[in-house]
Design a binder for this molecule. Sequence first.
Ligand code: VG1
Ligand code: CO
Length: 549
Amino acid sequence: MSDTAIRTVATQPFGDQQPGTSGLRKKTRVFMQPHYVENFVQAVFETVREGGEVDFARETLVVGGDGRFFNRAAIQIILRMAAANGFGRVLVGRGGLLSTPAMSAVIRRRGAMGGLLLTASHNPGGPGEDFGIKYNTRNGGPAPEALTGRIYDETLKIRRYLTLGSPDLDIDREGASVLGSTQVTVIDPLLDYTGLMRELFDLDGMCRLFADGFRLIFDAMHGVTGPYAHHIFENLLGAPAGTVIRGTPLEDFAGLHPDPNQVHAAELVRIMSAGDAPDMGAACDGDGDRNMILGRSFFVSPGDSLAMIAEHARDCIPGYRAGLSGIARSMPTSTSADRVAQSLGIPCHETPTGWKFFGNLMDAGMCTLCGEESFGTGSDHVREKDGLWAVLAWLQILAARRVSVTDIARGHWQRYGRSYYQRHDYEGLDSASAGALIDELRARVASLAGTRIGRAAVTLADDFSYTDPVDGSISARQGIRVLLDDGSRIVGRLSGTGTENATLRLYFERYSRDADQPVESMLGPLVEYARELFQLRGRFHRDQPTVIT
Ligand code: VG1
Ligand code: CO
């Protein structure tokens, strides 16, 4: 049999290939089992082929990932399968790299039918850590729930997949080659993304900021943004060499969690707290869709960051000069952005957790900016959250206003008041017990209405359900929420991205006109109440969260 003869390989369903909040995530060794990647990829192909209505020979598929361990091997598997399944063209990022927002940009700019992203995002990487696969659709965004549901159904039925017997392709040199009847082109992973940033931002304005001595430190956490950040900040904007730290993508992220928060980017936080700290610090996660923004000894909470970008976008960032059509945020995200939307006279939409819920709103022109409390910020320039875009948005605002990060935040609080906010994660809980707790709460939470927490009364308590205003689809069971009459909120939900046990996320928000109080004391009563409500001591014997962000 020749290398490019199509091979039909018999297989059995695995039963556990259900995508979560953001794609299929498992331990790497699970993905490394024979047929595991193949089954999932074939199930994606069968689903998006729509029973033969879509002719793959006329379509382009994009492939790339965040560079973690097993990225390259998975890409070679996918290239052979894409060719065997008859795709006309496959684009793959050089070295197997494409950040998540760059994938979205490539799909949109090149008219591809979709893309396969290899990443477990901010989860650690390596043979003993995590891996993931996600499918993005023609609009460049993550597959919506209806589609991931159909992909899962397909994984339960699968009996065979198609591949070739061809050797690995060289994915480290740009250029086209042919695999079976498929053209495979290795592309520069920076090209489309950088082009898009040039369209949205005034790079000259930011160059002047750096020329005037502004100092940035950007932590790529050994994820995929390193090459993008070196190019954009140091080559295009003239920031000095050394602005980007941990800028080389590594398969194991040097053993760290590539998660841009104050816990996992502790070194960056230390640099930003020192006497000679740069003007701004920023970090992105493994696949480049999350961001953290820091001023000198100052942390910008992600919900605030969304609100502050929204406040200044029209006046400071060329790509938004026409104004914003609306804002969208995930339900647990703070309501800071709602107040900006109100003052701009535009709608603010509240969606379940996960970027896939923003896609319909953006496609329908109902929102321009989107954000999540989990360090996700973005706009309708792509259909993913975009870490470097957020850093550039902040730089552009600072270049226009010529004040500090802290001044931007204080100005915002002065004008709109402040949402004190924290998320507490309790990791490693027994899955069955955590699931049972949420089920119990779902059944009885409504009865909390009218009871008091400190001086405030509960106005509404429920399990959040979302009806998509564009296609009418309903996503129920999206998180237990307790809303109080002073604008405070407690939200609790189980993570859908973990690969081991259960993680309970508790979210706390309290609004005040007084912006100068310590966060902990403002949220203290809510935290105490939630610990009881979610039975952390009684059921799980936990006194403290694993991570606070
Ligand atoms: C988490 C975050 C969510 C985010 C998702 C994917 O999901 O809470 O806001 O969209 O990760 O982000 P969960 O279900 O674990 O809470 V990323 O950067 O992993 O693609
Ligand atoms: Co990510």
